[in-house]
Design a protein around this ligand. Structure first.
Ligand code: GLU
Length: 290
């Protein structure tokens, strides 16, 4: 088996918090713990700055993320890549989908979709998510500024084995409908950019929190449409909560790495705090395949 290639993929829309630290512990911990059976080589962790959201991403957050990560001692294998530098790669990927007749222009705003399409429950996450009913699918609109771009997701039951949850299945056409790849302001969406990057960068194991579990089926389907024949594996870890029922947020002063540093915490103390909140022994209920 080849060594794992995983990635740590923060969005520079805020400072690093204990939720990121838990994710980093899982990413680096699992990747380094599973050497290749044939070569004995340890896996590689790529660092990807997910700044596809141009409106909310800020260079100062990126600088702070990189600095906090280094302070904590998480060292990636190779330089960070930034999604905003990968425009050509996304354009090429979109062209490949377009050549297959899978892309169409969409005039619908989020508010219109909310009003007209209804919200369906996502089967895995249990939370409501927006489902697009395909209003513009057959309208034949010309691509133009101010229109979004979507990719057709025909009905497909996506089956995968999450390395923590076990076998799962998701049906993206029922969860979200045709996937938005570029929004009406011309920004690539998270689903598209992350799927293209995981494919092009050769990521073999995606390690992330349960909040993204419901995205996995659509990313598998999209990757296949892009030409990926060998899908990555997935490990979704539990999210840490601020208190029962309260999720961590980037603005929480008491869980931000910066804030804890300013209060005099050491890197080891911050990591220990994240590990204890996350109940890490159970997170590491991960058993590599023989
Ligand atoms: N950029 C995402 C986040 O910060 C992570 C995406 C992923 O791991 O697929 O939550």
């Amino acid at each position: 088996m080849a060594p794992i290639i995983s990635r740590f993929a923060p969005a520079p829309t805020g400072y690093l918090h204990l939720g990121h630290v838990v994710n980093a512990l899982c990413v680096w911990g699992i990747t380094r713990a599973r050497p290749s059976a044939s070569s004995g080589q340890a896996g590689r962790v790529l660092l990807r700055i997910e700044d596809h959201d141009r409106l909310r991403s800020r260079p100062e957050y990126e600088a702070a993320l990189l600095e906090d990560l280094a302070w904590l001692g998480f060292v990636p294998d190779g330089p960070a890549v930034r999604q905003s530098d990968r425009e050509d790669i996304y354009v090429q990927a979109l062209d490949a989908l377009r050549r297959r007749g899978l892309v169409y222009a969409c005039a619908c705003s989020r508010a219109e979709i909310l009003a007209g399409a209804g919200v369906r429950g996502a089967e895995v996450r249990g939370a409501d998510e927006l489902w697009y009913r395909g209003t513009c699918r057959d309208r034949g609109l010309a691509e133009a500024p101010g229109f979004g771009l979507r990719v057709r997701l025909d009905r497909s039951v996506e089956r995968f084995t999450d390395l923590r949850h076990g076998p799962l299945e998701q049906t993206p056409s029922d969860q979200c409908g045709d996937l938005l790849v570029r929004d009406r302001d011309g920004h690539w969406t998270y689903q598209f950019a992350a799927t293209v990057d995981d494919y092009v960068q050769g990521v073999t194991l995606v390690i992330r929190g349960d909040d993204l579990l419901s995205s996995t089926g659509r990313q598998l389907q999209l990757a296949r449409l892009l030409g990926r024949t060998q899908p990555p594996e997935f490990y979704h870890h539990a999210l840490i909560m601020k208190s029962a029922g309260q999720k961590l947020s980037k603005s929480d002063r008491d869980t931000g790495v910066r804030g804890l540093r300013a209060q005099g915490w050491t890197a080891a103390q911050v990591i220990a705090r994240a590990a204890s909140l996350a109940n890490l022994p159970s997170l590491f209920a991960y058993h590599p395949k023989p």
